[in-house]
Design a binder for this molecule. Structure first.
Ligand code: ADP
Ligand code: F6P
Length: 320
């Protein structure tokens, strides 16, 4: 293993820079040349490679986003696009590639690894936490803390005005962010795409809470479950309660990564280089019961990450 490339792909996530830093410095420690690839698979196709030195990743561990930039690249989903990428890989004589992204990016990494031209390792980088074979993905902890901080802030104004607040959060088709942040924030109801919900039941709980003297309520809505605006309108219509809606949006993708995200990112990045040095390919690195392990990409991509039922039920009990 003489030359390794690293790229970030798909939605950016806090902690990606810590992972890039670990890949670069671990490679240099083992006298392996390392190239940063700009803008995900678009940069791979266009040969936007830059050799990295120790100083290239100085002062970035605390920064959100990705110094390598990221992109969504429909061309790479095509055979022709992948062949362009293979030509660049041959031109730069890369032996290994670390792809930091979500499941879509992993499918791209597997397509490259299957050619036999380059060995590929995926790191789970997405705030959605929708990747199987890892307890959490890079960026999830930071995004969860961002949402929890938003709930704390909303509680102040909700209490002052005795209002219901609906907070819509990201997660694409996963309810993981909404669930864990809702538990941490003490939300009265948490709507996730994995579970059906009855707006009339939600409203009757709100009315019962109000009659019990509750000064405010927070309803967390995962974007994959429903529109926060629609839920707010339904609650206002059904209960007559003063209701406001906040859509947190891309705030959840930024911010300085938490210590937890920096640590798992650093450990995963180093593990990726170890696996490539061992000659392994088409694996993803994950955090499983506290250990950093490699899992076959083909298996990981065949699995669907399920919502934690125990936490879902606990969140309901504690919000009563
Ligand atoms: P994420 O990696 O966060 O899931 P996307 O689903 O947008 O984000 O995927 C990121 C990029 O990965 C896409 O823009 C595309 O270039 C590449 N990609 C996604 N799916 C595939 C696929 N099936 N085969 C090859 N490349 C893919
Ligand atoms: O996959 C991460 C994510 O933030 C999703 O939660 C969200 O639905 C999507 O990306 C937004 O995509 P974009 O940044 O392209 O608007």
């Amino acid at each position: 293993m003489r030359r390794i490339g690293v790229l970030t792909s798909g939605g950016d996530a806090p902690g990606m820079n810590a992972a890039v830093r670990a890949v670069v410095r671990k490679c240099i420690y083992h006298d392996i040349e390392v190239f940063g690839i700009q803008r995900g698979y678009s940069g791979l196709i266009n040969g936007e490679f830059q050799q990295m030195q120790l100083g290239s990743v100085a002062d970035i561990i605390q920064r959100g986003g990705t110094i390598l930039r990221t992109a969504r690249c429909p061309e790479f989903v095509t055979r022709a696009g992948q062949e362009k990428a293979i030509n660049q890989i041959r031109e730069f004589q890369l032996d290994g590639l670390v792809v930091i992204g979500g499941d879509g990016s992993f499918r791209g990494a597997m397509a490259l690894g299957d050619t036999g031209v380059i060995k590929t390792i995926g790191l789970p980088g997405t705030i959605d936490n929708d990747i199987a074979c890892t307890d959490v993905s890079i960026g999830f902890d930071t995004a969860m803390n961002t949402i929890t901080d938003a709930i704390n802030k909303l509680r102040d104004t909700a209490t002052s005005h005795e209002r219901v607040f609906v907070l819509e959060v990201m997660g694409r088709d996963s309810g993981s962010l909404a669930l864990y942040a809702g538990l941490a924030g003490g939300a009265e109801s948490i709507l996730v795409p994995e579970k059906d919900f009855d707006i009339n039941h939600i409203c009757s709980r709100l009315i019962r809470g109000y009659e019990r003297g509750k000064l405010h309520s927070i309803i967390l809505v995962a974007e994959g479950a429903a529109s926060g605006i629609a839920i707010g309108e339904a609650i206002k219509k059904c209960t007559g309660m003063d209701t406001r809606v906040t859509i947190l949006g891309h705030l959840q993708r930024g911010g300085t990564p938490t210590a937890f995200d920096r640590n798992i990112s650093s450990r995963m990045g180093a593990k990726a280089v170890d696996l490539l040095m061992e000659g392994r390919t088409n694996l993803m690195v994950g955090l499983v019961a506290g250990e950093i392990v490699g899992t076959e990409l083909s298996y990981a991509l065949s699995q669907k990450k399920v919502l934690n039922e125990e936490i879902y039920e606990l969140a309901k009990i504690l919000a009563i």
